[in-house]
Design a protein around this ligand. Sequence first.
Ligand SMILES: Nc1nc2c(ncn2[C@@H]2O[C@H](COP(=O)(O)OP(=O)(O)OP(=O)(O)O)[C@@H](O)[C@H]2O)c(=O)[nH]1
Ligand SMILES: [Mg+2]
Length: 222
Amino acid sequence: MTKRIPRLGIGGPVGSGKSMLIEKIVPVLAAKGYCISIISNDVISKEDADRMRKNLATERGLMPENLVIGIATGGCPHTAIREDPSINISVIEEMEEKHQEIDMIIIESGGDNITTTFSPSLADYTIYIIDVAGGDKYPRKGGLGIESCDLLVINKIDLAPNVGADLKVMQNDAVKIRKEKPHVFVNCKDNTGIDNVSEHIIRDLLFDSIPKIHEIKNPKES
Ligand SMILES: Nc1nc2c(ncn2[C@@H]2O[C@H](COP(=O)(O)OP(=O)(O)OP(=O)(O)O)[C@@H](O)[C@H]2O)c(=O)[nH]1
Ligand SMILES: [Mg+2]
């Protein structure tokens, strides 16, 4: 009997940093011995999958090349991860048949709107990633993606001064709208917050104990 491999869904608006977040968390998880597979959805290209395969597999050997798969959905990104996730599920089932050594499958959604969510039949744990360049109003405007995901990532905090985004406002609004559910501030360029995101995944999706769980704090918390 094949085991069900844990599935992490990553969604968010176009260009918010979904692929770059994956490129940052995979090395952390690979260093801890996890075997990761990536499925990257896009509307008409497989560019992100090709880029991640090159960066993570071909050049750094962090995973086998055949464990990075691109899907060109041809339609609305949320359709392929929520209304009819059958293409993704059939790819995952094939991976489960052939590669029982995989510890986790990451599914990147195509860039979409703030109501994007994953079907529970596709993803077991979900991250929604926004970036500060959209303005500090973003968390309080809500939307199913922001409200219902297991972990909200607020990315590109290095750009906050350039766009006049107040991270404290974003933090307060994220707490208000998500109640006790967590959020993490991230800068994918310098790895701020990446260990924190990885710890959430290891603890809450893979259910592994981390030898030393740091207190989970956001960078701008005083
Ligand atoms: N300054 C800054 N740029 C970032 C950060 N994270 C990602 N970027 C840049 O943002 C752009 C988009 O990043 P991607 O990872 O391709 O975003 P994406 O969400 O996968 O994009 P789509 O899949 O096309 O929707 C790239 O040029 C990245 O280099 C960050 O933390 N800070
Ligand atoms: Mg991408």
